[in-house]
Structure formats: structure tokens, C-alpha cells
Design a protein around this ligand. Structure first.
Ligand code: ATP
Ligand code: MG
Length: 306
């Protein structure tokens, strides 16, 4: 049985304008994996997470968490999940310690265990020193980490985190990645959303790319990368004249004074670097990144207008 499974999930918001936020999303998250929903602003990530965490009703389609239907068995679903929303509104008078402690206590954990898991979670996100400060006196990133700690301290089987690292600095972000990986090694299932490619590439066992309410691809990082024909990227840099002359022979993407040229094989990449160096340019070859593939996939998506 999958940790999360959706079939043809549709969400239409009826406000002043009608917005089709999800246009038939079918995906499955296996138990014990870290699954990332990757997509740009407005793609539908939060909408998806709110539906599967029973906070929002779908317009049509089906969604299950650990086999429980989010509509008919919402209570059961809630027993098994912990959620970190995108915009955390913390209670200013609560301390990080109280967040972890009471949230776990409310879930029915024994007091001694609650103390242990709270301590471990707060140390994991490096909030232990700040555990007795009220949230009103903490920075935005510290508050976010307090909520992440509360989710980590819960005994929930499935953790759902909506952009858990947004607003965190590079060090805190890496710390959260490694904590999440540890949780997965211990058997938890994690579903998170992000628009940061590096994050998706670093932490995911599998991921889905979502754009304008539609799934564009689903699989491991390697599987998704294999969707692009080109396997290597060569970055060339130099004076505009030289660059223009050189890159015109290839299809390339320009970023200021740099051009990225995509090629199919390592041999082609090396050959290209050699030629570029000979022409007096700087050049560097590397395997394509998830970001390269993302731009190709999302840039080329055709949506049926309704
Ligand atoms: N309550 C609402 N009423 C109307 N439209 C909404 C509502 N909430 C979201 N939308 C629209 O639905 C689409 C998907 O929004 P959603 O918040 O799910 O995106 P997201 O992928 O989480 O984006 P972000 O990366 O910015 O958090 C957007 O076009 C958004 O404007
Ligand atoms: Mg969102």
C-alpha cells in the first residue's frame, strides 16, 4: 500500500476568477521514501498538500493516505500525519519547547517519551539553546524551525512539509535536509514541496515535477534527468564577440556573459571544451542538472485551455 496516492485530483477555486489549481494529478508516494513535489510559484503544490492533509476539499478525484480516503476517513488520516504549513503562524507566547512538548502530548505520547523526542528534535534543528524563548522573540527562520521540530517530534508515520526550508539560511537548510534524511532512514515517509532544484536533487528518493496544476514528470532524479536527450552541459565564457562567433554554431542558452551549450555525450562535451579553449574562451563541462531538465520540461509544456 502507498503512503500517499491520488487519482486524477482536480481543484478548482471559485473566487472572483475561476482558477484550476490542480488539473488531474495522479501520483503515488511509497512508504519509507522522501518524495518531493517540485514546481514553480502557483504550480499547485500547497493546494495538493492541503487536500491530502484533509484541510481542503478536492473538486474531484481521489486521494488516500496509508489507504485511508481523505474525504471519508479524514480522522484516520490525521492520526497518521504531521504537517508543516507553508506560512507558519506561530502562537507568540509559545516557546519552541512547548511547541514540541504539547504537540506530541496531544497526539497521545507518554510524557517521558515526549521529553526525549522533543529534546532530540530541538537539537536536530539547532534550537535547543533557544528552547525557552517565546516565539514572538524569535526570527522568522527560527520560528519555522520550531514548527519543523514539532513535526519531527511527533510519532506521525507520514510527514508533510510545505517548503520547509524557505526562509532558512544555507547552514540551517542543510541541517534540515540531513535531519529529514535521518527520519527517512528510520522508516518515516516524507512528502515535501519546494521550488529549489538543488533541494529536490539533494534530498529526494523520488520526485514529481508539477507545473500549472499538471504533473510533468515523476520518478527518481536519474529517471527525470534521462528524459532530456542531452546529457552534458558546457558553459562557455568570454568576450561577447568571441562568444557570439563560437556559440552560433550550436543551440545555446545565454546567461549574461555565459552561454550554456547542451550536448548528448561526454565525448562531445570534451571536444567542445577543447574547441572553446582554442578559440580563447573559458569553458567547463559537467553533467546536466535537474534544473536544466526542469527548464526544458516546464518550458515545453503545452496546456489545453478551457
Ligand atoms: N484560495 C484561493 N482562491 C483562489 N485561487 C487560489 C487560492 N489558493 C491558491 N489559488 C491559486 O491556485 C494556484 C495554485 O496555488 P498554490 O498555492 O497551490 O501554488 P504553489 O505551488 O503552492 O505556489 P508557491 O510556490 O507560490 O507556494 C495559483 O494560481 C493560486 O493563485
Ligand atoms: Mg505553496
Amino acid at each position: 500500500m502507498e503512503a500517499v496516492k491520488t487519482e486524477n485530483l482536480v481543484k478548482v477555486y471559485h473566487g472572483k476568477e475561476t482558477v484550476e489549481a490542480l488539473r488531474g494529478v495522479s501520483l503515488s508516494v511509497k512508504k519509507g521514501e522522501l518524495f518531493t513535489l517540485l514546481g514553480p510559484n502557483g504550480a499547485g503544490k500547497t493546494t495538493f498538500l492541503r487536500i491530502i492533509s484533509t484541510q481542503l476539499l478536492p473538486t474531484s478525484g481521489e486521494a488516500y493516505v496509508l489507504g485511508f480516503n481523505v474525504l471519508d476517513e479524514a480522522e484516520k488520516v490525521r492520526e497518521h500525519i504531521a504537517v508543516v504549513p507553508q506560512d507558519v503562524a506561530t502562537y507568540g507566547n509559545f516557546t519552541p519547547w512547548e511547541y514540541c512538548y504539547y504537540f506530541s502530548l496531544l497526539r497521545g505520547m507518554a510524557k517521558q517519551k515526549v521529553k526525549e523526542v522533543s529534546e532530540r528534535a530541538l537539537k536536530a534543528v539547532e534550537l535547543w539553546e533557544l528552547r525557552n524563548r517565546t516565539c514572538a522573540t524569535l526570527s522568522g527562520g527560527e520560528r519555522k524551525r520550531a514548527i519543523i521540530a514539532a513535526a519531527l517530534a511527533s510519532d506521525a508515520e507520514v510527514l508533510m512539509l510545505d517548503e520547509p526550508t524557505s526562509g532558512l539560511d544555507a547552514v540551517a537548510r542543510r541541517k534540515v535536509w540531513s535531519v529529514l534524511r535521518e527520519m527517512v532512514e528510520q522508516g518515516k515517509t516524507i512528502l515535501l514541496t519546494t521550488h529549489i532544484m538543488e533541494e529536490a536533487e539533494m534530498v529526494s528518493d523520488r520526485l514529481a515535477i508539477i507545473n500549472k496544476g499538471q504533473l510533468v514528470a515523476q520518478g527518481t532524479v536519474e529517471e527525470i534527468k534521462s528524459l532530456a536527450e542531452e546529457k552534458f552541459r558546457v558553459v562557455v565564457e568570454g568576450s561577447p564577440n568571441l562568444l557570439e562567433k563560437f556559440a552560433n554554431n550550436y543551440s545555446s542558452v545565454s546567461f549574461g556573459s555565459k552561454r550554456v551549450i547542451y550536448v548528448n555525450s561526454g565525448d562531445e562535451a570534451i571536444e567542445l571544451v577543447r574547441k572553446a579553449l582554442k578559440s580563447g574562451l573559458k569553458a567547463e563541462a559537467a553533467p546536466i542538472t535537474l534544473e536544466d531538465v526542469f527548464v526544458k520540461l516546464v518550458g515545453g509544456v503545452e496546456l489545453n485551455e478551457h
